[in-house]
Design a protein around this ligand. Sequence first.
Ligand code: C5P
Length: 224
Amino acid sequence: MNRICAALDVGDPAAAERLASRLLGHVGLFKVGLELFVAHGRAAVEAVRRFGQPIFLDLKLHDIPQTVEGAARGAASLGVDYVTVHASGGAEMIRAARRALPRTKLLAVTALTSLGPDDLDAVGLSRDVVSRLAKLAMGAGADGIVCSPQEVAALRAALGPGPLLVVPGIRPAGAGSGDQRRTGTPAEAVRAGANILVIGRPLRDAPDPAAAADAIAREIASLP
Ligand code: C5P
């Protein structure tokens, strides 16, 4: 299985289709995120669906349980394969999303990969927030966890082989980090136990996105 999930972080469905058509056959999943979904909603998902790949709808839901359950029902009606919630919404919120999405892989975001140690301190989050939130989310029925490459090994050791570990903040050697702070290479993430690598700008902004995806796939495949 190709474990690269291409984040289609573009402004409209036509641009998403153009990027997806360049990446088709070179990645395993397509992600529709907030930029595309807030502006275009269902049309954005439909534009991506025609490629026949699993769709990851990255809503990062975070609200009271009743509101999240309603929003998750809407996501269920879109027929997507993966949906995200913020684990910090708490166990009852995650259970509410789970009820509304019985057939969808429910992923819980721990701490955004754009937060470095100083940012975590500034918002009052302790260093062990990722493992605490991961355990809470798995206990509340999530299928997996979104974490940075730097936490994969510890979470895999703590949670065992079952949970999906979905990892953004991926930067091939030499790539700019942009706004991401807790980053790692594709090889580092997979060696530590990642199941899915979420990759946006290193593919979207490459002169040849398919070649960039193939290079990442080769880097992963060459691991012992
Ligand atoms: O361009 P880049 O590879 O940094 O894109 C990462 C993607 O992963 C973005 O679409 C972003 O919304 C998403 N993401 C993230 N950090 C999380 C969860 C999702 O960067 N914790």
